[in-house]
Structure formats: structure tokens, C-alpha cells
Design a protein around this ligand. Structure first.
Ligand code: KMH
Ligand code: ZN
Length: 272
């Protein structure tokens, strides 16, 4: 079977040190977590950045600082910056980081409720703007889909030549307000993808490892990390992103697949 890419979502925008002290905020903390994840087999690092007090920011200079630090110990990792940022941010704030010419960035493919009182806005107009900007800059996108309608949006925009191959999807499942991460959800999404696509799963909370298992079994890729899930197992907080990546790696290896190196991940993700 094909090698399995592990993406690690190091910090996100919503989780805090109060929930798990391992959640990194500063560039130095993020870089240490990146190294722990990389050493355990993560080849893609999904990156958000924070102000020192932990509040989320999309400030390009804060991204640059974190990227420079990460590069010191993870020279060949694929750094995938978030253009999702945090709920409430404008298109302009979220897109600022693209000026750094990252190798890869997320492209969020639809709007949804996000928790009890928030909503994560991605109008079709914004999706088109993000896609155009990334196409012009030659930035690879990860197509983040929180439910089936988001895949349909990608397919419609692909027909118009706005979203272009290679299509690498990420099913982000288990967000309160989005699609759940049951096996039937996974199969429905996987079967809805166009020929030649690759996909990864990001299960939020209790869905992290059950979805990872399904994806590993079906030739997909996996995302784990403190952004999505704070626990190594029920009631046991992860001590670092490295703990979560190690668990994913062990699952991959015991399935008979192996973990993709950064070079292999690049080949898989950029193949048209
Ligand atoms: N923080 C979420 C509102 C992404 O990284 O592109 C959006 C998010 C998606 O995390
Ligand atoms: Zn994210």
C-alpha cells in the first residue's frame, strides 16, 4: 500500500493551555512541538500562530517567526499554513499569510456553525478569492471539507477551472455544527471524491483515532494534533503533539503500511 502521510495540527486557534498545558503559543513552543511531531513521523505541519497570550492571530510576521524557528529543526517538513485562522477573521486577515509564499495552505470549502455561538464563514466568493490567490502564487492547497456540500462546492469550482488539480482533500469531521465522524460519514465522503484525488482525515475530539484507523485501512492519510484533540486516550491528556503522532504512526505500522517521509509526501501531494 501507499505510504501514509501524517499531518500534525500543532496548535489551532481554539484550544488553550487551560485545556491542555501542552498547547503551544509562542514561536519557540510551536517549534518544539513541531520537532516532537516531526521526529515521530509527521511530514506535514499544519500551522496556526498565536500571540504570546494565546489569542489567535494571522499576522504574517508571527507566521514568519514560527516558520523560521520550525525550519531550524525540521528542515524538510511541509509547512501548511492555515488560511482558516479563527472564527470572525476577515478574508484580508486570513489571506495575509499567503504573501509569505508557503509551500502549502488550507482552503476551507464552505461555511458552518462552529460550536455553540460561533460560525466559520467561507462564502463561495471567499473560496474563489483564496483559490485564485493560491493559484497565482503556485501554492498547493489542502481542501478542508467539513461536510459533503463542501466537496460539491469543490467539484463545481473545479469544473469552472477555479480549483485545479492536484486535489488533496481533508475531511475535518466532528466539529459541533459540521458532519460527525462516524464510519458511514467517512465512506460517504471518500466515495464522493473525483478520480485521482488524495485525502486525509482530521477527526475532532473522540473521532481522531477512529477516523485515522479507517483512513489508514482505506489508503488515505491522517491528521492528528492538539488543534483537533487534546487526549491520547479517554481521560488521558496528550503530553505533546509527539504523543499523538506516535500513536498514529504505530497504527500505520501495525496496519502494514509505512509512514511517508517528507519527500514522499511532497511527491504524493503534488502529483497531478
Ligand atoms: N480555526 C478554525 C475556525 C483551517 O485551518 O484552515 C478554522 C480552521 C481551518 O482551523
Ligand atoms: Zn486549522
Amino acid at each position: 500500500m501507499n505510504p501514509c502521510i501524517i499531518t500534525c495540527a500543532l496548535t489551532g486557534a481554539e484550544v488553550t493551555k487551560a485545556m491542555n498545558p501542552a498547547v503551544p503559543y509562542t514561536a519557540e513552543e510551536i517549534a518544539l512541538e513541531a520537532k516532537a511531531a516531526y521526529d515521530e513521523g509527521a511530514s506535514v505541519l499544519h500551522l496556526h500562530v498565536r500571540n504570546d497570550d494565546g489569542t489567535p492571530t494571522q499576522d504574517r510576521l508571527m507566521f514568519q517567526k514560527a516558520i523560521d524557528k520550525i525550519r531550524e529543526s525540521c528542515p524538510d517538513a511541509i509547512i501548511q499554513v492555515s488560511t482558516g485562522g479563527a472564527v470572525g477573521m476577515t478574508y484580508e486577515e486570513r489571506a495575509d499569510v499567503l504573501q509569505l509564499q508557503p509551500e502549502m495552505a488550507t482552503l476551507d470549502c464552505g461555511t458552518l456553525n462552529f460550536g455553540f455561538h460561533d460560525y466559520f464563514v467561507n462564502t463561495e466568493e471567499m473560496i474563489v478569492q483564496f483559490a485564485n490567490e493560491m493559484n497565482q502564487r503556485g501554492i498547493h492547497y489542502e481542501l478542508e471539507c467539513f461536510e459533503k456540500g463542501h466537496i460539491d462546492t469543490v467539484l463545481r469550482l473545479a469544473k469552472k477551472g477555479i480549483i485545479i488539480p492536484p486535489f488533496h482533500f481533508s475531511f475535518v469531521l466532528g466539529v459541533q455544527g459540521g458532519m460527525t465522524g462516524e464510519a458511514r460519514d467517512f465512506h460517504f465522503l471518500r466515495e464522493s471524491l473525483p478520480e485521482g484525488s488524495t485525502y486525509s482525515v482530521a477527526g475532532v475530539g473522540r473521532f481522531e483515532f477512529s477516523l485515522a484507523k479507517l483512513s489508514i485501512e482505506h489508503g488515505g492519510h491522517v491528521r492528528v494534533g492538539l488543534e483537533d484533540n487534546l487526549y491520547l486516550e479517554k481521560g488521558v491528556l496528550a503530553k505533546s503533539n509527539g504523543d499523538l503522532v506516535r500513536k498514529a504512526r504505530q497504527m500505520i505500522e501495525s496496519s502494514g503500511r509505512r509512514v511517508a517521509t517528507p519527500e514522499e509526501a511532497r511527491t504524493i501531494l503534488t502529483r497531478r
